[in-house]
Design a protein around this ligand. Structure first.
Ligand code: PRP
Length: 215
């Protein structure tokens, strides 16, 4: 390994995806022991031997770090990639973190959708919701941005429906809501900074190749 080799930096989405991502990287020999310590408040981790750095970020910030080159590589859900619409290359579907982006609500809201009424839509994904209703369904709606626990929207009558990810469906079931329409399937993806893809082509392509074999 040459002395002048620079660090490749990975931005990983915090939460559900992080453990699976570390597991997958480990399977191709990319390890970061320090990162597994859940009690640590440290934000950035280094593998000196492989000249790699890793940091955990809030999911919606992962594409931002990658677009600006603060990270060369990012791992995050396609829900976030679609919502953030950053200039990055999406290079690999990692095949885990599978769920669906859906329009959900009480059964009764089905009628409002059918008749193209001007409904209120609560979501953590306002761009995705807007794109779906305006560009695909040609339906005018009011979009209300929320930051989590979106299922509350219809329950407390903030909104008629929500646009959110559904994995097992248990959050919906336990709150008397149901899937009304499916927007698209979601899974974890690897994204790469556009300049890094040129400048560090050999190293990045090698990682992509090894991951592809594992998936
Ligand atoms: C996500 C999503 C749903 C739930 C879906 O929320 O927004 O609420 O998981 O999973 P399920 O179909 O398996 O029940 P998350 O746990 O990330 O929390 P948040 O809503 O507070 O962001």
């Amino acid at each position: 390994m040459s002395e002048e080799m620079r660090y490749l930096t990975f931005a990983l989405g915090k939460g559900r995806l992080a453990d699976k991502t570390l597991e997958l990287l480990e399977s191709i020999g990319i390890t970061c022991e320090e990162m597994k310590d859940k009690s640590s408040r440290k934000l950035i981790f280094v593998n000196e031997e492989l000249k790699l750095k890793f940091f955990l970020a809030k999911n919606p910030d992962v594409p931002t770090y990658v677009e600006y080159g603060a990270a060369d590589i990012g791992v995050v859900g396609s829900d976030i990639i679609n919502e953030e619409n950053r200039r990055v290359y999406e290079v690999l579907d990692l095949g885990f973190g599978k769920c669906r982006m859906c329009v959900c609500g009480p059964e009764s809201a089905g009628e409002l959708l059918k008749h193209h009424e001007k409904i209120r839509v609560a979501s953590k994904y306002p761009h995705t919701a807007k794109d779906y209703f305006y560009n695909k369904k040609h339906q005018t709606v009011d979009i209300i941005k929320l930051n989590g626990s979106v299922e509350l929207g219809p329950i407390v009558h903030l909104s008629d429906v929500i646009v959110d990810i559904v994995e097992t469906g248990s959050t919906l079931r336990e709150n008397g809501l149901t899937v009304l329409e499916e927007i698209c399937p979601i899974s974890a993806r690897m994204i790469v900074n556009q300049v890094s893809m040129q400048m560090e082509a050999a190293r990045i392509k090698k990682i992509i190749g090894m991951l592809r074999e594992k998936i």
